[in-house]
Write a new protein. Structure first.
Length: 441
């Protein structure tokens, strides 16, 4: 058994025993209450699932196994340039709860390189699609086409013992993550570079090779890719893409199908597609104002016009966070270090100063601050990756690390089919009537 699999198995077995003992004693403990407002309001904050790999605090932002993004930028093993963490290290942390050594990360890079072969039929499937197909749609189709390779699906059909689910899922998770950069780069080169594909460079790490296959070999872009792939990886379990992966996976759909489902959620404008929408919105604003360097007053007027048109300001607001997103701040600090004199970066920073007070003045927006998607486009554009309807695919490659690490945990912990209860409005009205009656009695 490989060392990561062995460590994961030991940790998950201990956790599974601890959970069983806890539930045996305290399974009936009431830990929360639910309001009608939450039931109708998109299930905000309702605790109904377990997610081991990360946890989101409204004020402090995301913590991966207890570590914040600034901490991880310091302590995770870094790329060859010693600047930004290697996403491989974050995956190791999420899967085992331990900060890996340089050697362990090097081992993982090699593992993913060995597992990275994408079957030919996936490329043929992509080539059959109209070139104008949205990159996220292509990505979802490619991941679904790769399901033919699922170890879990094959072994389950042969008769897999439930104690072995974790093993087959681990294999799928490792293979799928290893293959995603090749698939994503293929979609990018096919859609925007006339099918001029670039062969993988197996001497590079996972993020560095991805940058290379996309066609960007500047060292700073490789650093950016490592940072990007690290900070987008996970955001606890309640967000739409993570929750979709969890839900689909709970039916024992394999990692390929569960991840494809996750990507259909990520492709929505209120979620991952917001990174595309942010850049589209900024370009429309610059176009409308006839300048690349708008004043804050001009930006404010355009923000108000967007809101008056019944639209949201993309990249702002969050269902859980109540402070500027640490992922936004990490990207801002990258820009301050490397590219602070870039016009587009300056626009993003001016938008950051302009939007929050306007959203606050509406009196209904719970979080007026920027989220992760408000900054990423400006960084990519600076290095020449300008085709912004590809951006959500980059997000998806990163998100695979978190949702698939958790999928392996979910199978190892023996989590059951997810099946929450829905209610009708008739039921809700009855609860209100009962409540009123009790208060009058
Ligand atoms: N611009 C304008 N209005 C906004 C807003 C924004 N950025 N954010 C929230 N609001 C509005 C909501 O539309 C809602 O209005 P109505 O009551 O008229 O429907 C009101 O403020 C209350 O919303 P909320 O409770 O503050 O926010 P929600 O939890 O309902 O929604 C969203 C969270 C992220 C969906 C929301 O803030 C939004 O639409 N933001 C813009 C899109 C975006 O950036 N999405 C990416 C989020 C992060 C992510 O998942 N990245 O992948």
């Amino acid at each position: 058994m490989d060392p990561l699999k062995q460590l994961f198995h030991e940790k998950a077995t201990a956790q599974r025993n601890a959970i069983r003992a806890m539930l045996k004693e305290h399974g009936e403990l009431v830990v929360d209450q639910v309001t009608l407002g939450q039931i109708y309001g998109g299930a905000r904050s309702i605790k109904m699932m377990v997610w081991e790999t990360s946890d989101l605090d409204a004020e402090e932002g995301i913590k991966f196994r207890g570590y914040s993004i600034p901490e991880l930028r310091e302590i995770l093993p870094k790329g060859q340039d010693k600047k930004e963490p290697r996403p491989e290290g974050l995956f190791w942390l999420m899967l085992t709860g331990e900060i890996p050594t340089e050697e362990q990360v090097e081992w993982l890079t090699l593992q993913w390189t060995h597992r990275s072969n994408v079957p030919e039929h996936v490329f043929h499937t992509l080539d059959a699609l109209p070139i104008s197909t949205h990159p996220m749609t292509q990505f979802i189709i490619a991941v679904t086409a790769m399901q033919s390779e699922s170890c879990f699906a094959r072994r389950h059909e042969e008769g897999l013992h439930k104690e072995e689910y974790w093993d087959a899922t681990y294999e799928d998770v490792m293979n799928l993550i290893a293959r995603l950069p090749r698939v994503a780069a293929y979609i990018y080169r096919r859609s925007f570079h006339g099918g001029d594909h670039i062969a993988p460079d197996i001497s590079k790490d996972w993020g560095g090779n991805f940058a290379h296959m996309l066609g960007f070999d500047q060292p700073d872009f490789r650093s950016l890719m490592r940072l990007y792939l690290t900070i987008h990886a996970d955001h606890e379990g309640g967000n739409a893409s993570a929750h979709t992966c969890h839900l689909v996976g709970s039916t024992l759909s394999d990692a390929y199908l569960a991840f494809a489902g996750a990507m259909t959620s990520l492709a929505g404008p209120l979620h991952g597609l917001a990174n595309q929408e942010v850049v589209g919105w900024i370009y429309k604003m610059l176009d409308a104002l006839g300048t690349k360097t708008p004043t804050k007053d001009q930006i404010a007027a355009y923000v108000k016009a967007t809101i008056d048109a019944g639209q949201v300001i993309p990249g702002y607001g969050h269902a859980v966070l109540r402070k500027p997103d640490p992922r936004f701040m990490a990207q801002k600090s990258f820009a301050e270090r490397y590219i602070k004199h870039d016009d587009m970066v300056q626009v993003v920073w001016d938008v950051f100063e302009t939007v929050p007070p306007i959203l606050e003045s509406l009196g209904k927006v719970k979080n007026p601050w920027p989220n992760v998607d408000a900054h990423s486009g400006a960084l990519l554009i600076h290095y020449g990756l300008t085709e912004f309807n590809f951006y959500t695919v980059l997000f998806g490659v990163s998100r695979a690390l978190g949702v698939l690490a958790q999928l392996a945990w979910s199978r190892a912990l023996g989590f059951p089919l997810e099946r929450p209860k829905s209610v009708t409005t008739q039921w809700a009205e009855k609860q209100v009537a009962k409540h009123l009656q009790a208060n009058h009695a």
